[in-house]
Ligand binder design. Structure first.
Ligand code: NIG
Length: 451
């Protein structure tokens, strides 16, 4: 049987833990009861040798692969393991192509064409990051620095990125988006949503949508209603004529969802309704950026329109919490954004206790949250938003899947997409317990080992 580069010995830099980034070795042949092999094949992962177009698009090899040496498997399926996370100790998983075909205790594992030993590490479903803005050029480091010196975050900063994005060629936008997808995958994220919203003309939004669709993400959202661009200053209705008409028509073939930023400095309640109605007519799923910088109408409008999610939810009234709890709309919390914009953490504990469905996502973008680390987001869910580690892991996996209406990701059981995240830790609790440490050891995306 093949093994990982070394057993888990207490951390990524433990003496027998192998080099950071080393990935499981493997061996073909009989998988159970086989004599010990001389040593693992250790293949150093070079993050620069694979691009997102290749990452996880096809399984590496034909036949089945048995993964074992799993100290704790998070299946998210209570029918196959313990508790809400469906935990299995000393577990094994069998992959066939891009699917999981078996999970259970190692002692009952079926034979497979090849086996890998993961060295007594925890395995989780890959993160489902249901909110990001990856198609952009330029950065806003100066704005961030000014914010850390006391200047508040405002929707208006988006204009800086719009100008930078309009100023580069499509090929450059695609190159940048692919680098960001690759970065996300290297952090354990295997399902990615991203949005347009930094083009804000018909051609620029169309390019952004096409680039997003080509960049290696799973879901693309149209966010023409991000802010009113400078050429429509003082004429938001004129801009919305464009968004709800020709722009929506032009991007429709690339996108699955429509989103609108309902906030002071972006769009008010009536304008938000108009955008959501256009999305409904176009047959798109709906999302709302709401209640990010203050209480407002975003949550209520999202719920009223049956939106699949309302994202941010940092400032909620009791009425908002009740509305979410009585709905199917997922409250997507973005704690890295709250942290980076010096807002209070979104009230995760309150929402879960009220019975609302939550997701955790990175909101990776150059203005309010320039990180794609879902390991960090999960830790912040626990440390800042009052979630348990179990709730935070669920929110970043099944919660994200619900916020994207994807039925085959976010869990590990027969039929699930073969998206796995191997931690350099014995259990999922370490994500918050060892906050900031490089805990991602290996990643499979659609059956292909990508880290
Ligand atoms: O989700 N709130 C609106 N959009 C992004 C921020 C975009 C930016 O500042 O560039 C967000 O935080």
């Amino acid at each position: 049987m093949g093994t990982v580069s070394g057993p888990y010995t207490g951390g990524p830099s433990g003496p027998a833990g192998g080099q950071p980034g080393a990935v499981p070795g493997e061996q073909t042949g009989p998988t159970l009861g086989a004599p010990p092999q001389p040593g693992p094949q250790v293949v150093p992962a070079d993050p620069h040798t694979h691009g997102p177009a290749e990452s996880g698009t096809a399984p590496d090899q034909a036949g089945t692969t048995l993964l074992q040496g799993i100290s704790q498997l998070v299946t998210n399926d209570p029918a196959v393991g313990e508790g809400p996370l469906g935990l299995i100790g000393d577990a094994a998983v069998v992959l066939d192509g891009d699917r999981v075909v078996w999970v259970g205790p190692r002692v009952s594992a079926p034979a497979a064409d090849r086996a890998l030993d993961l060295g007594q590490r925890a395995v989780l479903p890959g993160w489902v990051d249901s909110h990001s803005h990856l198609v952009f050029a330029g950065d806003r480091a100066a704005e961030f620095t000014a914010r850390m010196a006391g200047r508040p975050y405002e929707a208006g900063g988006i204009g800086t990125t719009v100008a930078a994005t309009r100023g580069v060629e499509r090929t450059e936008l695609l190159r940048l988006a692919r680098l960001r997808v690759d970065e996300m995958v290297r952090g354990g994220t295997t399902t990615i949503e991203t949005k347009t919203g930094y083009g804000l003309t018909v051609p620029d939004e169309t390019t952004s949508a096409a680039v997003a669709a080509e960049s290696g993400v799973d879901v693309v959202t149209f966010l023409g209603a991000h802010v009113v661009p400078p050429e429509f200053d003082g004429d938001p209705q004129g801009y919305l004529d464009l968004v709800c008409g020709p722009m929506l028509q032009a991007v429709a073939r690339y996108v699955q969802f429509l989103d609108v930023f309902c906030e002071d400095g972006a769009f008010d309640g009536a304008q938000t309704r108009r955008v959501l109605a256009a999305g409904q007519r176009a047959g798109l799923g709906l999302k709302v950026h709401g209640n990010q910088l203050r209480e407002g109408e975003g949550v209520r409008l999202a719920v009223e329109h049956g939106a699949v999610s309302v994202d941010h939810c940092t400032y909620l009234s009791d009425r908002d919490v009740d509305a979410l709890a009585g709905s199917t709309t997922v409250a997507t919390l973005l704690p890295a954004c709250d942290l980076s914009t010096r807002q209070p953490p979104a009230p995760g504990r309150l929402l879960v206790d009220a019975g609302a469905r939550i997701a955790l996502a990175s909101n990776c973008n150059p203005g309010s949250s320039y990180t794609s680390s879902m390991n960090l987001v999960v830790a912040l869910g626990v440390l800042q938003c009052g979630l348990t580690a179990e709730e935070a892991v669920q929110a970043a996996t099944t919660g994200g899947a619900a916020a994207l209406r994807l039925p085959d990701v976010g869990f590990l059981a027969p039929g699930a997409r073969a998206d796995l995240h191997v931690l350099d830790a014995p259990s999922y609790e370490y994500l918050a317990y060892r906050v900031g440490m490089p805990l991602t050891r290996a990643v499979w995306r659609r059956g292909a080992r990508v880290v």
